[in-house]
Structures are given as C-alpha cells and as structure tokens.
Design a protein around this ligand. Structure first.
Ligand SMILES: [Fe+2]
Length: 274
C-alpha cells in the first residue's frame, strides 16, 4: 500500500485545538504572550519555533510534538500483522478514508470495520483468503465510513453492528452497549464508547492477532484526534480514559491516515504529550 499521508498537518491540529478550547486568534495571542502576527504566521504553516512553543501551552498541546509536526519530521512506523488483518484506503473527494478486515486464521471467520467509499478490496480479500464475513462493525455513521455498506451487506449477508448511541438508524443494523464482546474464532472484540466526534463513535479493541488492535474510527489519528465543534472535551477525555489505557503496544487503526501505535502516539501526538 502506498504511504498514506497524515490526516492532519500542523495547521489542522492548531485549528482543532483552538476550536476545542474555544480560543480566538486574538485570545490565543494574549494567552501565549505573542503578537497576533506570530499566531497568524504559524497558523498559515510558517515554522516559528518560539511561537509554536508559546501557543502550545494555552492550547494544551505538546510543544515538541507540535514543532515536529510543523517540520514534517515525524511519520509513524507502520506495524505489521503477518496474517489476519488487512487495511483498505479508498478515495473520498480529495481525501481518503480507511476500512479494515480482521479474521481468525483457523475458522476463516472475518469481520469488517466500516466500508469506506468502495468495498471492492474487502470483497476481494474475503474471496482470496477464503473467508466468511460474519459481521460488519461500524465505527460511526458519517457518510465516508459507510458509503458502500448496502453493497457489502447485500453481497455477504453479514450482520451489521453499530453503537446504541449512534443516532442514525442503519437499515438492518443491530446495536450494542459498551463493553460488549464479540468472538471470531480465537479473536475477541470488545466495544469501547469513545464518543465525541460523533455521538456513537466506537473503538473496537481486538485481541488474538499478532498485536493488540484498536480500530478507533475518527476518535484518534496519528498525531491528531477527531474534531468536534461541540464535543471536543468529550472526545479528548474518552480517548485519554479508554484508548490511552490500552497496552502500549496496541496498534491503532484510524479512520483516516496511517496506522500507528499507542507507544508512538504517547511520544508524538501533540494532544496527548503536553
Ligand atoms: Fe471520517
């Protein structure tokens, strides 16, 4: 798979933090003891280290991680699963969205997580690996993540599962509560409610593969997190209390951008290194 760009650049991260903390440019300048021009310069992508360091504090961002992001110095090392895991990256306007497939190598039972905008890759892998798709788990019901759900469901007859908190009723979907367990041969999948970006955003914590795996949807991205104009604080807290409590070698499979690991995010995600 070609290298997938990070979902958010430094400008996106600053904007998300500013909206989340409800700080205007002028307020941010005051709190950072900076001229407004410095704030506007770093927001346009200029690398001014002293200014990035100064705004990091009121935005509750890690200064070092923010500077590394501005310098484009960091990209997560990509974890490898020898088997039982596949990632799909499909176009959505000029961006892309991820979907995933996991399976138990003995029973060949599989589960998909979201569909992206095109489920051809999922269907081809199901066929090539001789899998039976048992379930389609939805991280959240934003269009890009479920765009090809009707086709995937029709072609595989798999059960559709979504959070009881998600307001959109998907035709044919069943709902689960938090900490529900699903089993796929020797794999276990546990639901964690990491809402904020959407009301029913779910992280699926999966064990039994080569690495513990958290399919986080848009809760968290490599060096960023899911945005929400109204529920930033909830998203921030649920990530910290639920995702960042998982084992450090947990692989994070995000709704956009590359794979990462909890250990790498602890060092490089500006939202969680301050
Ligand atoms: Fe998304």
């Amino acid at each position: 798979m070609p290298r997938i760009p990070l979902e958010d650049n430094v400008t996106d991260v600053i904007g998300k933090a500013q909206r989340g903390r409800q700080l205007s440019d002028a307020e941010l300048a005051v709190q950072a003891s900076l001229p407004l021009a410095d704030v506007l310069a770093v927001k346009s992508g200029e690398i001014r280290e002293h200014a990035l360091r100064a705004i990091a504090r009121p935005l509750k961002l890690g200064g070092k991680a923010l500077i590394a992001l501005a310098r484009k110095q960091w990209y997560p090392e990509q974890p490898v699963f020898p088997r039982g895991f596949a990632m799909f990256n499909t176009p959505f306007d000029d961006l892309t969205v991820n979907s995933y497939l996991v399976w138990d190598v003995k029973t060949r039972h599989a589960a998909a997580f979201d569909t992206g905008t095109n489920c051809d890759g999922i269907l081809a892998t199901v066929q090539a690996e001789k899998l039976t798709l048992r379930s389609i788990f939805i991280t959240h019901t934003h269009d890009d993540h479920i765009a090809d759900l009707p086709r995937l469901a029709a072609e595989t007859k798999a059960a559709i599962w979504s959070s009881e908190l998600e307001p959109v009723n998907l035709p044919g979907a069943q709902v689960f509560k938090e900490n529900a367990h699903f089993h796929l041969g020797e794999l276990a999948i546990k639901t964690l409610f990491t809402w904020g970006h959407s009301p029913g955003m779910t992280t699926y914590y999966t064990t039994g593969l080569a690495w513990p795996l958290a399919i986080v949807g848009d809760s968290l991205f490599a060096s960023s997190m899911g945005g929400s104009p109204s529920h930033f604080a909830d998203q921030y807290r649920h990530n910290r209390e639920k995702i960042f409590k998982l084992p450090p070698d947990t692989v994070l499979a995000c709704g956009h951008g590359p794979l990462t690991t909890l250990r790498q995010e602890r060092l490089h995600n500006p939202f969680y290194t301050h």
